[in-house]
Design a protein around this ligand. Sequence first.
Ligand code: MN
Length: 253
Amino acid sequence: MIDFHCHLDLYDDPDAVVEQIRFSGAYVLSVTTTPKAFIGTKRLAKGNKRIQTALGFHPQLAHERQDELHLIDHLMPDARYVGEIGLDGSRGYRDHMALQEKVFRYILKATAISGGRVMSIHSRSAATRSLDILEENPQAGVPVLHWFSGSRAELMRAVEMGAWFSIGPAMMRSAKGRELVANMPRQRVLTETDGPFATVDGRVLFPDDARLAVAEIADVWGKDPAEVDRQVTVNFRSICEIAERFQRKPALA
Ligand code: MN
């Protein structure tokens, strides 16, 4: 089971979730929403190698936390993964787009200087802008577009740029989400939950719920869930290798 985007530190009882992960053997990318949260969130994993912590700065917080931006440079060497980062053009956030872009660019530059990373990307209502900025910063690494909700054309552009995708159960609840997943390259799809933000039928999702996404993807692809599970596992191994390769690369002077 692979949950490539969840917020461990934001659950009511993170230790209980870590225990659950230990028990189920799930692999988890624990993304942070602020640079300040990185060290504490990494500590939550208690050395469990199946939990990797990503250094993030959620675009919805860009305008409130910009004083934390400088921490990115300091923390980057200790982060094998970056996320969640990106842009949010939805109501209430689009007013801060210029600042979001500044934060996003800053982090991509820091990521490039550190040799690149695998990055979990938020692009809600801002897919084209997010892709533009990723395209300007090819040295930043490999983007994994989380809960992608762009158009079919934006999807095709992202695929051409070499982007990956992480798919959660909530995304599969919409016809548009399912349609996008139907058109994604099978070798670049991972599962996620986006818990505790994401819910299904009013229930908060936990990392083990990534299995629900496997079942839904199988349905859309017309495959057996076991086959999709194998594919996602193979994909996960590839993305881990990519992340390790980035980390072995020396940082630019
Ligand atoms: Mn998230």
